[in-house]
Design a protein around this ligand. Structure first.
Ligand code: ADP
Ligand code: MG
Length: 484
């Protein structure tokens, strides 16, 4: 039996407002516990929430970026339940009239093909506090700093068919919200987390299977691993004559498995009703037009432009547009050096390699885009060769000079293109290598091409890497063949 996987994601994005969604308390991360929750966040008697306009603007911008319908009216509802991290006794959310309607997102798969994933809707809600289980000797501490932090919950249609597609979708959402600047997208700090709905069905069957929902997965890799485990569990269960039950599960990254949390029978009845303390949100056309005019170029548009007007490959265009910082860095390098392909190669090659090795993000790159662009210009105008360029890059990285030109001067890396100088070095190497010359002479003609590498290496060494390699190659061949 062939099985097909069906996946739908509910992504929670923490919006980057400075204050909470219904109060003036700060949303900054990392403060002392319980120093950033005010009476409104705690739902104390007699307080009234006031909607943060910035949160509305951010939600709408997301909606516009995913081509969604933005309804004129949206309404906040109370979702009632008890939990220690929710002293209000209800979460203010949007159940029946969300702020963002149906839209879609383009995802890019490993082979650079693309697919559209439909978004069912996105709604605004407040986050709850956090339970702290460590350091309390068998008791639980509660930190309410996060209570009232604005979240945008983005609910997809069940359009994904593999773990890879789900990860690509999450990456696409991450790109969009960080391009828009509506979230810092920091998954380690919980700024983006998702509930993963997974089911399987026999290939060719139209009806969906029963799904399990894996709560609060907070990394791209965990999403893939949780789905892989869950798919295998469900198929095995069905093939053994069992039935998947609709339930909520937790992913345990240490053991690489999902475990049941609660089944549907135990599910809460949240008794949603419109929040009497908040007016419906009414958005007029002028407001939407204003927000639309503020949208930056989005990842999909940038990717398309990198391909069509800069001539980059689909792969390069995708990698370089995935984060706004990466795209901006690349565009600045390109602006300075004028060669898109070289700029792409250096940003993805030497620079990304060095950043990864030292676990730095591109915003913290010790080599600036301007410095890298100038370095590439010196390769393009033949001032230095490729080998010296890597040395210059390393020196810039280590802060040994302010610019490529300064380092080229200081280290004497200017490429030697003077034929006379190169010939003199070649003559010296030939005079110093009688055994290799004899070997060259006695070899089959088709083997000589390979043997020339030894001599090139010696000449490059003699020039301390500064000789023009093409010239060295050509002149060496002439001189060696003259000895035959
Ligand atoms: P609920 O109303 O119970 O929250 P929804 O219909 O809103 O359920 O779906 C929640 C999420 O689950 C959505 O992202 C949706 O795409 C996904 N989903 C729904 N049915 C399935 C299914 N059979 N398999 C996988 N995902 C599903
Ligand atoms: Mg739901």
């Amino acid at each position: 039996m062939q099985w097909e996987t069906v996946i739908g994601l509910e992504v929670h994005v923490q919006l980057a407002t400075r204050s909470k969604i219904f109060s003036g308390a700060s949303t900054a991360f990392g403060a002392e516990p319980n120093t950033q929750a005010c009476a409104v966040d705690l739902g104390l008697p007699g307080v009234l929430p006031v909607l943060n306009e910035q949160a509305v603007a951010m939600a709408v911008q997301f909606g516009l970026a995913v081509h969604a319908d933005i309804p004129e009216v949206s309404v906040f509802d109370r979702k009632n339940y008890f939990y220690p991290d929710l002293p209000k006794g209800y979460q203010t959310s949007q159940m029946y009239h969300p702020i963002v309607g149906a839209g879609d997102v383009e995802i890019t798969l490993d082979d650079e093909s693309t697919k559209r994933i439909r978004i069912h809707h996105a709604h605004l809600e407040e986050d709850a506090g956090k339970s702290l289980h460590e350091d309390f000797h068998g008791m639980t501490g509660i930190d309410l700093n996060r209570a009232g932090t604005p979240l945008l919950e983005i609910v997809s249609e069940p359009d994904m068919r593999s773990a890879k597609e789900a990860a690509a979708y999450l990456k696409a959402i991450h790109s969009i919200v960080t391009y828009l600047g509506i979230s810092d997208g920091n998954m380690a700090e919980g700024s983006m987390r998702c509930d993963v709905n997974v089911s399987v069905r026999p290939k060719g069957q139209e009806a969906f299977g029963t799904r399990a929902e894996i709560k609060n997965v907070n990394s791209f890799r965990f999403v893939e691993r949780a789905i892989a485990y869950e798919v295998e569990r469900q198929i095995e269960l069905i093939e053994d004559g069992g039935k998947v039950v609709q339930e909520t599960r937790l992913f345990d990254p240490e053991r690489d498995e999902t475990r049941s949390m609660r089944t549907k029978e135990e599910a809460n009845d949240y008794r949603y009703f419109p929040c009497p303390d908040l007016l419906p949100v009414v958005l007029d056309q002028a407001y939407l037009d204003h927000l639309r005019s503020q949208l930056p170029e989005l990842p999909a548009d940038k990717r398309a432009r990198f391909q069509t007007s800069l001539g980059l490959s689909a792969y390069d265009a995708h990698v370089l547009s995935a984060s706004r910082e990466m795209a901006e860095f690349f565009e600045e390098v390109h602006r300075v050096c004028g060669d898109a392909k070289q700029a792409a190669n250096w940003v993805q090659g030497e620079l990304s390699g060095a950043l990864n090795r030292e676990n730095l993000s591109i915003q913290n790159s010790p080599v600036s885009a301007k410095q890298l662009g100038e370095l590439i210009s010196r390769v393009l105008d033949d001032t230095i060769n490729g080998k010296a360029a890597k040395q210059v890059f390393q020196a810039l990285w280590n802060g040994q000079g302010d610019s490529a030109d300064a380092i080229i001067d200081a280290k004497g890396l200017k490429q030697v293109t003077d034929t006379g100088a190169i010939e003199a070095m070649i003559d010296q190497v030939i005079a110093d290598s009688p055994a290799q010359v004899a070997q060259y002479r006695d070899s089959e003609p088709e083997k000589r091409g390979k043997m020339i590498g030894y001599f090139v290496g010696q000449v490059m060494k003699a020039s301390r890497g500064t000789a023009n390699p093409q010239q060295v190659n050509g002149l060496l061949k002439e001189k060696l063949d003259a000895l035959l």
